[in-house]
Ligand binder design. Structure first.
Ligand code: A3P
Length: 329
């Protein structure tokens, strides 16, 4: 008898590889929808994610003990995480690592190796590492929409470009045997909040509200503001992180040197970012696509823009958080 071959089942098996029995049971009890690069996304603690992420998040929530001096970079995917990691690393370590040194760690390592994700690196694959010996301030990152009691820097990006960025990223890495995933289908899911670590607006508003309630603990940045004046935002970041630039550093143009080191063109052209794989098995080069504001015009139809604008207007109403009205720009 012929054996029927269902390639999708293979992916379904893979998505639970390394997941403990208890965790699998928990995950299988959760609501699920079609995944963007894995068979399914599950609704865990009111956000959508994949089985391996859920296991690592539970582990991080159980084992991670934040120090007051820690800094966590909190983002929803494709909102400028890589850039922010590089900037924060360069700022807080500038006395250890001269920004102009040809041996600067950012020239040899991808930012995701220097500022590891709790859920993709630190607590991935069932490991519970001892973090107590790491130099202070310890820098970590997370896509999870929760806060910790240490300092958190959050970056968000307008939903149109964030969608376009994640669409390109996911279609590049989506396994063929998961079958087609059209732009329209992805956009529909995005509008329903069904995207990794989404709904997008809940993620963003969670950190936005925390930043209003505890401005010394949570700093909220926008990708667009960084693009407009990165030197200003780097100066604000240093103030928030408790390592202000001295008058001498300002005269020496240290701020500008940091922004140059972390610029899109500079980072994109480094060997380590052309060849390596720093998050799971994704090519680092996929992390540096265009780095522009407004690339959504090349992908989204008028109807799409109108639909998402309406959703965002509803979700952001009365919150004080705004993005420029792109319909009028
Ligand atoms: P595009 O896909 O629009 O080009 P994340 O780091 O959260 O995954 O976000 C990825 C987005 O940030 C990508 O956007 C990428 O090109 C952009 N990006 C990466 N490094 C950057 C940098 N140094 N400066 C500006 N944008 C950057």
């Amino acid at each position: 008898m012929d054996i029927l071959y269902f390639p999708k089942e293979e992916e379904e098996e893979k998505e639970f590889q390394g997941i403990t029995k208890n965790c699998k049971e928990l995950i299988l009890s959760l609501p699920k929808v079609k995944g963007w690069r894995t068979p399914n996304l599950y609704l865990f603690q009111r956000f959508w994610c994949q089985p391996k992420e859920i296991q690592a998040i539970i582990s991080a929530q159980t084992h991670f003990e934040a120090h007051d001096s820690d800094v966590i970079i909190a983002t929803i995917p494709k909102s400028g995480t890589t850039w922010l990691k590089a900037l924060v690393f360069a700022i807080v370590n500038r006395r250890r690592f001269d920004v102009n040194s040809i041996d600067h760690p950012l020239l040899r390592s991808n930012p995701h190796d220097l500022v590891p994700f709790l859920e993709y690196k630190v607590y991935a694959d069932n490991q519970v590492p001892n973090l107590s010996n790491l130099d202070s301030p310890r820098l970590f990152a997370s896509h999870v929409p929760y806060t910790s009691n240490c300092k958190v820097v959050c970056i968000c990006r307008n939903p149109f470009d964030t969608f376009v960025s994640i669409w390109h990223f996911m279609t590049n890495i989506r396994p063929n045997n998961l079958g087609p995933f059209s732009l329209e289908e992805a956009f529909d899911m995005y509008c329903m909040g069904q995207v990794g670590y989404g709904p997008y607006w809940d993620h963003m508003l969670g950190y936005w509200k925390e930043s209003l309630n505890s401005p010394q603990k949570v700093m909220f940045l926008k990708y667009e503001d960084l693009k407009e004046d990165v030197n200003l935002q780097v100066t604000r970041l240093a103030e928030f992180l408790g390592c202000l630039f001295s008058a001498q550093e300002k005269r020496d143009h240290v701020v500008e040197d940091i922004t140059k080191l972390c610029s899109f063109q500079n980072m994109k052209n480094l060997e380590v970012n052309k060849d390596g794989k720093s998050i799971l098995n994704f090519d680092n080069k996929g992390l540096f696509r265009k780095g522009e504001v407004g690339d959504w015009v090349n992908l989204l139809s008028e109807e799409m823009v109108e639909r998402l604008s309406q959703i965002m207007d509803e979700k952001l109403a009365g919150t004080g958080l705004e993005f420029p009205n792109i319909l009028k720009s």
